[in-house]
Each structure stands twice: as C-alpha cells, then as structure tokens.
Ligand binder design. Structure first.
Ligand code: FES
Length: 255
C-alpha cells in the first residue's frame, strides 16, 4: 500500500504545532496502525529526522495508552483502540490525518502525545475500597445479583484512554468518571464510601477543566470498550444523592 500521512508535529507543549506531510510506501495491509508508524519512524531516523512521538504500551487493546485522532475520530474509523486498528481498514492511496487528542485538560506534550494525568488525579481522589472483605472465598460469599455484577464489570472495562473526551465537542470526561464511579457504587463493597467518592471525583473532574455532558452520545459511539452513557446518568444520580444527604446532615446538625 501507498499512503499519504498528514501528521501533527509539535516540538513541546509551549511551541506551536503544524501538520507535516509524509509519503509512506512501505505499508502492508496486515500492519497495525502503530506498526505503520514504527516503519515510518525507522525511515525518519535513517534520514536523521526526528521520529514522530506517539503513546503506546501493551498494543493489545487493554492498557488505554494509545491515543491517536485519525481522520476525525479518536482511534480511527473503527470502534477499537489505535493499536488494534489495521491498515486494511484504509484504501491504497488514502490520505490519513493524524492528530493528538484535543482537550484543554489533555495538553500536548510532544507531537501526538498528550498529558492524560488528569485522569489519574480523578481516580486518585476517588480512593479505593477500604472495606475489609477478608480472603477471596469470604468476598465471594457476598451475594451479588448477576445483573448488577455484569453492570459493574462492564463499567470496569473502561481502560481510561480518553477517547470519550476527544470525541466530545465539550471535552467532557463524564463517561470516564461515570464508569469509574459505577464500577464501585454498584457493588456492596463499594457502596460504603460511594458518597464521598462521587463528590470528590466530580469536584476533581471540574477542577481539571473538563466540559459538561450535553448528551450528544459521541463518547459512547467512539468508546473502544463500549462503555454505555447510562454510566453518566448513574453518576449524576449518585452525585445528587450524595449532595442531598450532605445537605440533610448539615441541616439536621444545625437544629
Ligand atoms: S497500546 Fe495498550 S490499548 Fe493500545
């Protein structure tokens, strides 16, 4: 295959970026998108040019590190991660535009790499489950209806790649935060601290500069793990419930 790549190049977070065009003729339709970039980078290095910086780690669709905005879609034309996208999804002779995730809360570090530590900080304030459930057999003795266990598991499938933010015109992180809130709030072990957790995570999400959800469903359409927008509704219910009970405690305490 022969392709033309228009790639966003940016030296560092303070410099102004621009698209640079590369003609790439050593492309096999069986290559993954990242392998295609590896081959291009090898050629650039041979020519003493700076290789294109992009994020990747597992290359198995499980870590959420890869993050390219390809032809106007996070992770490209398929609902999968960039590392699981193959060049057979593109036509011979195609022009492919590659950009970093675009969001104020995800500043560009270099070329196609963005700083997604905002997600880490949101998760950190949420904490973890402090309930001592004993050993694995004891924890397994807590009865959890199958439907609830499945919903919690589906929410926990979020790999935190940030495609939801990149897809959203408001750069909202509510699908990510909704999934992280849900995976704990649905389960008995996570319910104990659920009020405090949702209040802190939503406050951190706002502090990081993410936008609000206006129900365009773009996040759900692009999420490589199929996280459902119902998680946003659940997060909102959990949040308002927590706020209401904090208000009641304050009111009762004042009487
Ligand atoms: S590199 Fe891990 S999900 Fe793509």
């Amino acid at each position: 295959m022969k392709i033309t790549l228009k790639v966003w190049r940016q030296k560092n977070k303070d410099s102004k970026g621009a698209f640079k065009t590369y003609e790439h003729s050593h492309v096999s339709s069986d290559m993954s998108f990242l392998e295609m970039l590896d081959v291009l980078n090898e050629a650039l290095i041979k020519k003493n040019e700076e290789p294109i910086a992009f994020d990747h780690d597992c290359r198995e669709g499980i870590c959420g590190t890869c993050s390219l905005y390809i032809n106007g879609h996070p992770h490209g034309p398929l609902q999968t991660t960039t590392c699981q996208l193959h060049m057979r999804s593109f036509q011979d002779g195609a022009t492919i535009t590659i950009e970093p995730w675009r969001a104020k809360a995800f500043p560009v570090v270099k070329d196609l790499v963005v700083d997604r530590t905002a997600f880490d900080r949101i998760q950190q304030v949420g904490g973890y489950v402090n309930v001592n459930t004993g050993g694995v057999p004891d924890a397994n003795e807590i009865p959890i209806p199958k439907r609830i266990a499945d919903e919690a598991f589906d929410a926990a499938a979020c790999i935190g790649c940030g495609a939801c933010v990149a897809a959203c015109k408001n750069a909202s992180a509510m699908l990510f935060v909704g999934a992280k809130v849900s995976q704990f709030a649905l389960l008995p072990q996570g319910k104990v601290e659920k009020k405090e957790r949702v209040e802190k995570m939503v406050a951190q999400m706002d502090a990081e500069g993410f936008g609000s959800c206006t129900n365009t469903y773009a996040c759900e359409a692009e999420c490589p793990k199929g996280i459902k927008i119902a998680n946003i509704a659940r997060m909102n219910r959990e949040y308002f419930g927590a706020m209401l009970s904090s208000y009641q405690v304050e009111t009762d305490g004042g009487e």
